[in-house]
Design a protein around this ligand. Sequence first.
Ligand SMILES: [Zn+2]
Ligand SMILES: [Zn+2]
Ligand SMILES: [Zn+2]
Ligand SMILES: [Zn+2]
Length: 338
Amino acid sequence: MKTSHCTCGNRLFFENTLCIRCESETGLCPVCYFVSPLIPVGDGVYRCGHQDCGARVQKCRNFAVEMVCNGLAPLPDGEVNDWTLCPECRLTSIIPDLSIPGNRDKWRQIEIAKRRVLYTIHALGLPIGRPGNTIQPKLVFHFKADDAFPVYTGHANGVITININEADDVERERNRVAFGEPHRTLVGHFRHELGHYYWDMLVRGRCEGACRDLFGDERDPSYEDSKVRYYMYGPPADWQGRFISAYAAMHPWEDWAETFGAYLDMVAILDTASSLPGEQLRNIDCLKMLSAYQQVGILVNELNREMGIQDLVPELFSGNVIDKLTFVHRLIAKSSLV
Ligand SMILES: [Zn+2]
Ligand SMILES: [Zn+2]
Ligand SMILES: [Zn+2]
Ligand SMILES: [Zn+2]
């Protein structure tokens, strides 16, 4: 994502709640979608200070009270309501039990990852089913801890559930090694699960046949059978020639979600690192994007290796994978018609 600037000229980053130079408060404006300096106009009302935006806003309750968000809510007129949430926080309907030590910090990390990924979705112009609009399915987030029953990170009917233990670095790294995943991150979970959400929105009942031609038939073998087989035998030996990841070989739905997640990785990296802003990416050729991504990937992979950390772009893009990414790209380019 692009950084923005405070009125004092200092650079502002996506998670900032304060400009460290002039100490202005800052927040994510729901109108211009920049992290912007807040100009107080009294009684908890602010104006967005990004260039000529000037939107009238108030702080999200999760910003003002819970300190897990830096979002703002539009306030075109009227007075501040202490219970108002920003558009991103309105999508979260279950949060962890904050009386348990450590949960607030996990929640904060999860919300940061969520907002980052939704920023990319916004930059691509993908529709989101929200309270108050007519887009289906509605997108809802549940952030839950294991209790009597284990909580599985996943997606069903628009609801994305994240096990809050994924915000525990030790726990997540243990799982990452156990499942042989090059990347296991909070942003990665959101990108993958949003893949399932957008299959429902962009593919289901619209272009299932074309999707099957590339990703395989999701009905045969069934999801359950595929899962059992995958955990018993692992991916096929030649998976790298056909899939973006080993897990993508499990079932066509997982292939789609892994491919969609990798596509969002690419867009987020290009939006941040290059002169290709996210808003323009949906209109350019997918092969051009891949080539730009490859250039950034090679450079950053080498930098990471100099520091002994994992590659930024570990994936290999075989011809099959490029065809699948191109399919995702074309559907996104058409998605405003949904
Ligand atoms: Zn400043
Ligand atoms: Zn603004
Ligand atoms: Zn918020
Ligand atoms: Zn999945």
